[in-house]
Design a protein around this ligand. Structure first.
Ligand code: ATP
Ligand code: MG
Length: 711
């Protein structure tokens, strides 16, 4: 077993009984290390598997752990989520603690009771609003905050509360009362019951602690105060605890999770064995390099434990950074590439398209449908299956009766959506309410696109192109899209939010919509919130085994407002790391040049190669060169080079001449934008080149003497 481990993993596996903290980056084999530690200790007779409790945060991860332990020949270990472990324990002890009374029913969702509680305090909450209130209550309970403490705690934690904090506290209190009155408990109550059972009942404590003597927690950076309290109750002052985590992957702080337990572990457990795993067995060195570059910019508490990953796999393709004019173009390009990967033999289930918010999925659902690539939306409903979208479609159908046919389509859609309470002014606070708002905003955006370029003309009206599209046309279009995309699949490209992609991995990963305002979201206001957004990008990048694509659209819809690339995007360093620095000035200049994003002016893709950048387009994109101008420029260059007794390329390279003849700069600013023309050449030849582009003859601009040697 030890042979399959690297030296660091081995030291974690063979560390003596007692506190062990494994600080492991993404793809470094955390699960392999913790499962091997359990197996090694069991097989050497140090411990009995029956006495091990291994906790993770998802059922999927727990199942994975059980499977690996079985494969290592170890049976009998309890590998569970915190919830499952607590529930099992509470069920077991309930008869004793409740003296025969039935165990209260466990609510599987808070939303219904929260809706009632909101009504009790005079707040009308629709489903989305209730979900946000429930999220807030969940945060409070996971953070061990009581209703009476909520206002202060929320202010301290800079919570973006869905209502005035005092009102949320009222709902919270009413919710607790309603629950008690109805004899039901929620998930947090269940965890609290497990804690209370141990803390208040010595006999229960003795039995639980006798059963579980060795503890393992995976993804420890995600632990919240309530779960930590339960872990401490289990331990009862003992310290046979192995924790594994990666502070750089902390992306659930908004639910109350805190990486501080991981970060402070060595301080809280004096003498703990601390092991760092940095060899990345998942991704190519190219992907690893980008991941390192992104996280190297991180600030704050989580960044202090940051580890630089070292890629172990053979080299692979460079990550691609692509920029598109608008979102539909971005989605189409992603779908085309997915198609090519699938055609080339990559199974669709080994590909993922990851975005920041679920509202972004529609464009990709449509594009993949059209490219006939199967897909699965993870952790969310497909766009047209979301309740708010279905409701909106009903409202828009009804609106055709009241809204005059000549109303411009986007206006008609905005008016129609007012029936479901949507207004274009601003997104509301709160995750679920915001998601609903954004889904409906996506419909308005679709209307704008459709009004600009109706893809399918109404049947029989192909000739009447002049007729503006109506709301009825748009409704038909929505119905068509909904029907098209309503093809259930089990095996396909994963469309997932960055949050739900945690812990998963794929051969090819597309990170899309990487524009300011989306990642980081405009709702990330504090430096801490911005850092969590950066970690989201890091989690996304580290999901890729081999192919990684990062893209964003300059505008949401065709002709829309311009957007900037995400501030987290580093420049892809082509030098393979260790770029030599000829001095601070030179380094800064190189950096600046590399930082300048040059896009293909034909297709919009970002150009990375030097020659392509000079040309201003992909070598494969059609050239729109002015042949006559090119010839004149060449003729001029020849004369200048002759006069200066230098080779022609010293004046301008062929690529620069081609770019000039293609782009025909009319002003100095346009001239300097062409790669290969710096301040010096601008001073020497700027005016002449502009004159040539304007149509001047070579003889006019080139009296032999102009270009005397400059030393
Ligand atoms: P994440 O942070 O994304 O959850 P992780 O640290 O849990 O990542 P694993 O999924 O355990 O990473 O490991 C990534 C891959 O590397 C797995 O396929 C695992 O089998 C493999 N691996 C781990 N350690 C080694 C090793 N020493 N030699 C070869 N392969 C390894
Ligand atoms: Mg893992």
């Amino acid at each position: 077993m030890l042979a399959g481990l690297d030296p660091e993993q081995r030291s974690a596996v063979t560390a003596p009984a007692g506190p062990v903290c494994i600080l492991a980056g993404a793809g470094t084999g955390k699960t392999r290390a913790v499962t091997s530690r359990i197996a090694h200790r069991a097989l050497t007779g140090d411990i009995s598997p029956r006495h091990v409790l291994a906790v993770t945060f998802t059922a999927r991860a727990a199942a994975e752990m059980r499977a690996r332990l079985t494969a290592l020949g170890v049976a009998g270990v309890q590998a569970r989520t915190f919830h499952a472990a607590a529930l099992r324990q509470v069920r077991y002890f309930a008869p004793r603690l409740l003296e025969g009374r039935a165990m209260p029913e466990l609510l599987d969702s808070k939303v219904r009771v929260v809706t009632l509680a909101a009504a009790k305090v005079g707040l009308r909450a629709d489903r989305a609003a209730a979900r946000d209130l429930a999220g807030e209550i969940e945060w409070a309970k996971s953070s061990l905050v009581e209703p009476g403490e909520y206002v202060v705690a929320a202010a301290k934690a800079l919570r973006d509360t869905p209502h005035e904090p005092a009102k949320v506290a009222e709902v919270f209190a009413a919710y607790e009362k309603l629950k008690r009155g109805n004899g039901v408990i929620d998930f947090e109550d269940m965890l609290r019951a497990a804690v209370w059972g141990i803390e208040e009942h010595p006999d229960v404590a003795e039995q639980v602690r006798g059963q579980y003597r060795h503890f393992v927690v995976d993804e420890y950076q995600d632990v919240n105060p309530l779960q930590q309290r339960l872990l401490e109750a289990w331990l009862g002052g003992r310290d046979d605890l192995t924790v594994v985590g990666d502070a750089s992957q902390t992306i659930y702080s908004f639910t109350g999770a805190s990486s501080s337990y991981l970060v402070d572990f060595p301080r809280r457990h004096r003498g703990a064995t601390v092991v760092r795993l940095v060899r990345d067995y998942r991704s190519t060195p190219q992907v690893v390099g980008l991941a390192n570059a992104v996280i190297s910019q991180a600030r704050g508490a989580e960044a202090r434990l940051r580890l630089e990953l070292v890629g172990q796999r053979p080299a692979g393709p460079e990550p691609e950074l692509r920029i598109f004019t608008d979102e539909p173009a971005e989605a189409n390009a992603v779908a085309a590439r997915c198609r090519a990967l699938v055609d080339g033999g990559t199974p669709a289930r080994e590909i993922a398209v990851l975005f920041r918010t679920n509202a972004q999925s529609e464009a990709y659902e449509k594009a993949l449908t059209e490219a006939e690539v199967p897909y699965v939306v993870q952790g969310a409903e497909r766009f047209f299956e979301r309740p708010e979208v279905r409701q909106a479609m009903v409202a828009l159908r009804a609106a055709t009766r009241s809204i005059p046919g000549e109303t411009p389509l986007p206006t008609a859609v905005v008016e129609g959506l007012s029936a479901v309470g949507w207004a274009p002014d601003a997104a509301p606070a709160g995750g679920a309410a915001r998601e609903r708002w954004e889904a409906l905003a996506a419909l308005v955006q679709l209307a704008e696109e459709y009004a600009a370029t109706p893809e399918v003309l109404p049947v029989g009206e192909a000739a009447a192109v002049e007729r503006p599209v109506t709301l009825a046309d748009f409704n038909d279009e929505l119905a068509r899209r909904a029907a098209q995309q309503h093809v259930p699949t089990v095996d396909g490209v994963s469309l997932a939010s960055l949050h739900s992609a945690k812990g998963l991995e794929w051969d090819a990963v597309f990170l899309v919509g990487l524009a300011e305002g989306t990642l980081p979201t405009t709702y990330a206001k504090t430096p801490e919130q911005v850092e969590e957004e950066r970690r989201l990008l890091y989690v996304g990048i580290t999901r890729a085994r081999e192919w990684l694509w990062l893209s964003y659209a300059g505008a949401r819809s065709p002709g829309g407002r311009a957007r900037r690339p995400s501030r987290f995007l580093p420049q892809l360093d082509r030098s393979g790391g260790g770029a030599e620095r000829a001095g601070p000035g030179a380094a800064r200049r190189t950096e600046r040049r590399r930082n300048q994003v040059v896009s293909c002016r034909i297709c919009g893709a970002t150009l990375l190669g030097g020659a392509d950048r000079k040309l201003g387009r992909c070598p494969t994109c059609p050239s729109d060169i002015d042949e006559e101008l090119y010839e004149r420029l060449r003729e001029w260059r020849q004369r200048v080079a002759g006069a200066q007794k230098v080779p022609a390329y010293v004046v301008f390279t062929d690529a620069t001449l081609t770019a000039l003849a293609e782009r025909k700069p009319g002003r100095t600013e346009e001239l300097i934008a062409i790669a290969g023309i710096g301040p010096r050449k601008l001073g020497l030849y700027g005016e002449t080149v502009l004159a040539l582009v304007e149509g001047a003859a070579v003889d006019d601009v080139c009296p032999e003497k102009t270009f005397e040697i400059e030393s």
